[in-house]
Design a protein around this ligand. Structure first.
Ligand code: GDP
Length: 349
């Protein structure tokens, strides 16, 4: 009999068989080959695997991530944030089309943990980007629909790796401007873009100062029609504000540009600016330092999440929590003693 092709670095046939069953007919190697060949359907399925909370999927996903890692890292990762209605989706669509028209491959991912709590997602599904979604050089993936922000962040980081292995060289991570999300997105991108709209002096409404300070650029969107003058005034105001912020670690002076996702005004300029940033920070090495810092943070996050998951999945811990909760609610136990009793179970295991 002919020898069957073995996937690189995976020799455990038992694991393979098991994984094949768990994931519906695709082996790690099938996923890997599909991704490397830029197959969007396989990429989609691989992301579903990464997003799955099933333990056997998690194992398979980790194998796949390890295989894809050597092919990752070469994209430009761009975080896009702004209040709902600022035009992020419309902008990313117009921007994405521009970027693919220059021969690049664009992936759009979203972080929206609000969907877990409210069931309704603030970002909605990204089917709104109809034009971009039919572009064969674009890949659009809505936010993972379940999990804590920490879980969503892990899934998005891993999704970035898969997209990079599939050849996407500009990756957008979109989120809404509500605080914690930005910090998470900032921890996984190279360039952080804030999309604002002009209004009667309320440019900063809903956007925390800390978010402005994280921005490598602010775009004032909807610079079209009657709105052009207002946008130009807002650009001057924001530029002034940016000058008063503390110097950035990158040495880059954050920019503010007008743009219109509808007329495409400012889109090529925004793209050039991002490329200038990449060139600037690669030259002064900040680009690589930031990536290294992010890798460190990822490691810590993975450890924290794993410990967290492990702890809360232990049967005796679960039972003890239930038991102490009841006593706590009756006022029979202080929260500190309750916590200690639960932790004792873990540490004495
Ligand atoms: P998001 O919630 O930030 O993703 O915002 P959307 O992309 O969904 O846009 C919100 C609304 O603003 C939609 O009705 C868009 O058509 C509109 N919009 C987005 N960009 C522009 C723009 O550049 N100019 C104008 N006039 N309208 C825009």
């Amino acid at each position: 009999m002919e020898a069957v092709d073995k996937p690189p670095s995976i020799n455990d046939t038992a694991v393979k068989k098991h994984l094949k069953n768990a994931a519906g007919a695709l082996t790690v190697n099938d996923y890997y080959q599909g991704i490397i060949n830029g197959d969007r359907t396989v990429l989609s399925r691989a992301i579903t695997l990464v997003e799955s909370s099933k333990l056997e999927h998690h194992k398979l996903a980790q194998e796949l991530i390890s295989l894809c890692l050597p092919h990752s890292g070469s994209s430009v990762r761009i975080g896009v944030t702004g209040v709902p209605g600022a035009g992020k989706s419309t902008f990313i669509e117009a921007f994405g089309k521009h970027v693919t028209s220059l021969g690049n491959k664009v992936a759009v991912l979203a972080i929206d943990p609000s969907s877990t709590r409210s069931k309704g997602s603030i970002l909605g599904d990204k089917t709104r980007m109809e034009e971009l979604s039919t572009d064969k050089n674009a890949f659009i993936r809505p936010s993972p629909s379940a999990g804590s922000l920490g879980g969503v962040a892990r899934k998005t980081r891993e999704t970035i790796i898969l997209c990079e292995a599939a050849g996407y060289n500009y990756i957008f991570v979109e989120t809404v401007g509500v605080g914690q999300n930005e910090i998470t997105v900032h921890s996984m991108v190279d360039f952080f873009l804030l999309v604002l709209i002009s209004g009667a002096g309320d440019e900063l409404q809903g956007i925390k100062r800390g978010v402005m300070e994280m921005a490598d650029a602010v775009l004032i969107n909807k610079a079209d029609g009657d709105n052009i003058n207002k946008v130009n005034i807002a650009v001057v105001e924001i530029k002034n504000a940016l000058h008063y912020f503390p110097p950035t670690f990158s040495g880059w002076q954050p920019q503010c540009l007008p743009c219109s996702a509808i007329t495409k005004k400012g889109i090529p300029e925004a793209f050039e600016m991002i490329n200038d940033y990449v060139e600037f920070t690669k030259k002064n090495k900040y680009f690589y330092q930031k990536r290294a810092e992010q890798a460190k943070q990822t490691m810590i996050d993975v450890i924290n999440n794993s410990l967290f998951d492990h702890f809360y999945n232990i049967e005796s811990v679960k039972n003890k929590i239930k038991e102490t909760e009841t006593q706590l609610l009756k006022g029979e136990l202080s929260p500190y003693i309750a916590a200690q009793q639960v932790l004792d179970i873990y540490f004495k295991k």
